[in-house]
Ligand binder design. Structure first.
Ligand SMILES: [Cu+2]
Length: 186
């Protein structure tokens, strides 16, 4: 019969490292899958830099601080100067090609409706005058945060003719689900 370890021996055994190899070696399957997962991590990680260089998906955006009141006044002046039509109460604006165009996000619409020319580069000046909104241009995958107090200048060059709805993709209140806008490219 083995002797019971004494109290002293038992205490000492918790302070010393366990003897020999106490873990089990990875099996071949585990080793294979870990290798695959690790290599895949490296592929995805380097993919970020590859797409940055060749993906052509970085939209140039500048941002500035702006007083919401000033932005509202600039939008009003812009609409007054270039309005050409009206759709369901919303002003339709046709700014000169290559100019600065305003887009105002406000509960619960993006104003005005913009008529742009294909292959012309515009500076899209976007801001909000109440709460945070999300500008999502459909069906392209362009998404921007729109915060009050900040002016975002997004350089866009429409390369397709058509109607491009804008939807708000940041919950902004009870009317969020009806918050839309429109860009028409001729
Ligand atoms: Cu919203």
């Amino acid at each position: 019969m083995a002797e019971e370890p004494t109290q002293g021996e038992r205490e000492l055994s918790t302070l010393l490292p366990p003897k020999d190899r106490w873990w089990e070696r990875l099996g071949p399957d585990e080793r294979r899958w870990l290798t695959i997962a690790f290599v895949w991590c490296l592929v995805l990680f380097s993919g970020m830099y590859v797409w940055l260089a060749v993906g052509d998906q970085q939209t140039p955006v500048e941002s500035y601080r702006i007083d919401p009141f000033v932005f509202q006044q600039e939008v009003d002046a812009f609409v007054e100067e270039h309005q050409v039509d009206e759709i369901q109460g919303a002003a339709v604006v046709e700014p000169p090609p290559g100019s600065e165009v305003y887009l105002h996000a406000n509960q619960f619409a993006f104003r005005p409706v913009l008529k742009l020319q294909k292959d012309e580069t515009y500076r899209l000046l976007v801001s909000s005058t109440d709460v945070q909104h999300g500008l999502s241009l459909q069906p392209t995958n362009l998404n921007f945060q729109v915060l009050p107090g900040y002016l975002y200048v997004i350089e866009i060059t429409p390369d397709e003719v058509g109607e491009f709805p804008i939807i708000c993709n940041e919950f902004c209140g009870l009317g969020h689900h009806v918050m839309t806008g429109l860009i028409v490219v001729d």
